[in-house]
Ligand binder design. Sequence first.
Ligand code: FAD
Length: 414
Amino acid sequence: MANPDVIVIGAGIVGVCSALCLQREGLRVTIITRDGPGEACSFGNSGGIGGGVSVAPLSLPGIVGKAPKMLLDPKHPLSVRWNYFPAMIPWFVRFARSSAPARVEQISDARASLFAMGTESFAPLLEAAGATDMVRNTGSLNVYESRESMVLAGVGREYARRRGVVFEEIDGDEARRLNPILGPKVDCAVFFPDHAQTINPGRLVQVLAQRFTADGGELISDQVTGFSFAADGAPSVRTRGGEYGAAQVVIAAGVWSKALARMLGTRVSLEAQRGYHVMLPKPGVEGRLMTTLADRNLVISPMEHGLRITGIAEFAHPDAAPNYAHADRILAQAAEMVPGLKTEGATRWVGPRPSTPDSLPVIGRAPGYERVVFAFGHGQNGLQMGAITGKLVADLVAERPPSVDLAPFRPDRF
Ligand SMILES: Cc1cc2nc3c(=O)[nH]c(=O)nc-3n(C[C@H](O)[C@H](O)[C@H](O)COP(=O)(O)OP(=O)(O)OC[C@H]3O[C@@H](n4cnc5c(N)ncnc54)[C@H](O)[C@@H]3O)c2cc1C
């Protein structure tokens, strides 16, 4: 059989959206993936899409002074595996640099440029896959246990407000009216009306991947172990099971892209910021919309298969064994805010957010390799940014001017 036009490595939300966008250009596309579609980090997220709620990066000004206290507190949602800490020092140094006020403004502009096109880029993919019912435009809530904490968190919201994100401050009773599962500890809240949510992120990727294969795309289960290049620059992808040639290759392998980029001589600053979830199939309450318990850094999301509680930012090797004590803690914390929460049949999960120190993804041509495109590093927002990234990948492969300025996402910026 003739080689495909493009091989996409990875079948998370970013790889599958990229493959679909390339396919819509009329190209023959093959996905090679180690895990099944939507089975890695894209499986277990909170499902938040659009709205630009989190325009500001994680590296807000002043965070560096607070970080040591957070990291040394074993109960804080930010944690690090200390045996991995030395390997992460360069990442933390870049993170600190990214917190300079002027840099935070630049980063927020770049993130907003992707968020602005996130929803409109998703729509045609959802429609083609018959999956529009998997995304609900319910808005989302950030709830606070005191007015002081809502005011403090206003610093981050200000970056969003100045970039056109709409939100409304409401009192605790209004928050409970919007999401009746919330208990009396909620004092006040911020409502983001333009936020949407998928009811099952893992299944959403599977449904999109089914559209891809139904339209003639090939999906190969295998692990990529290396690359080789013909004299004319044509790439081949080596896997455990064989070797596959293509006119172009897209690396969209989430946090594992770091090792693949390194094989091509590019060092990217990319680490696993691992999040945990607890899935409650019979929670005994019915959540109406995605709700962030801001003082506890937890998100509660109603899903088609129960209530999902997500949280924790654990810096560790992406494949390190899970520490499910984190998951147990987020469940206990959520139970304090949601009276009557039932835990029967609960399942726990961990997944690696592919995180760059500047909270910006890596999107662009691989330095020195004209026929390889990088598309990874979406951190906390891969679902929101997946479809627009796919569109930008298609722009690059088709050699069109990109729909968004790609300079902030350059692979060689580290
Ligand atoms: C708790 C939690 C909550 C979150 N909430 C949200 C949210 O509300 N909204 C949002 O937008 N984002 C959220 N995120 C972030 C989002 O889930 C990620 O940014 C996104 O899933 C990353 O997608 P990806 O396609 O880059 O990577 P992944 O989904 O990890 O996919 C990587 C793919 O690459 C494949 N792969 C890896 N190495 C190889 C190899 N060598 N050869 C072949 N294949 C390989 C894997 O098998 C997999 O298919 C959350 C994350 C977590 C953990």
